[in-house]
Design a protein around this ligand. Structure first.
Ligand SMILES: [Fe+2]
Length: 167
């Protein structure tokens, strides 16, 4: 197994008996990987984007246990230490772990997105959540104009969710 498959297996184990959550991060991973490749990001960033997509929601479980809520602010607080322990255990170097943990801690922060890895993670999460949360066409158009920035993410969102007359 390669390193990414190890992360995938560990996350499937982490979310065991919760197929919905497992399906969620596998889909976010696939879209994040695709956008990164379409945008031709450099290898190190591509690696970080893919790992971050697999672990981005790692804080949900403990947030629900601790606060009875999976609100973004709790996830962003609780997620990074768990992600750090998991990635350390898998032998990742500190530079990768630190960046992935930062992304886990900011994946619900949509204002002031500065870096491409953060942007791609947010877009990939929306590409999946738009379906899972049954977003209205109006909400999707709003997300498209307010949050999406990459050409690849915009193209995917439009192609998947909007008819030509809705754009
Ligand atoms: Fe998510």
């Amino acid at each position: 197994m390669n390193a990414m498959q190890n992360v995938m297996i560990r996350m499937i184990e982490y979310d065991k008996a919760d197929p919905k959550r497992i399906q969620h991060f596998l889909k976010v991973y696939q879209f994040a990987k695709l956008i990164g490749e379409m945008e031709q990001v450099e290898d190190q960033m591509q690696n970080i984007i893919e790992i971050a997509a697999l672990v981005h929601d790692i804080g949900i479980k403990i947030s629900e246990e601790k606060y009875g809520s999976s609100a973004g602010k709790y996830q962003e607080l609780e997620g990074p230490p768990i992600a750090k322990a998991l990635l350390k255990d898998l032998g990742y170097e500190p530079s990768v772990i630190n960046r992935v943990c930062w992304l886990v801690g900011h994946h619900h922060t949509y204002h002031n997105i500065q870096e491409l890895d953060h942007q791609i993670l947010v877009e990939a999460d929306f590409l999946v959540n738009a379906y899972e949360d049954n977003l209205t066409v109006d909400a999707i158009v709003s997300v498209l104009t307010k949050i999406f920035r990459t050409d690849s993410g915009k193209l995917l969102l439009k192609t998947i969710y909007l008819d030509e007359n809705q754009m």
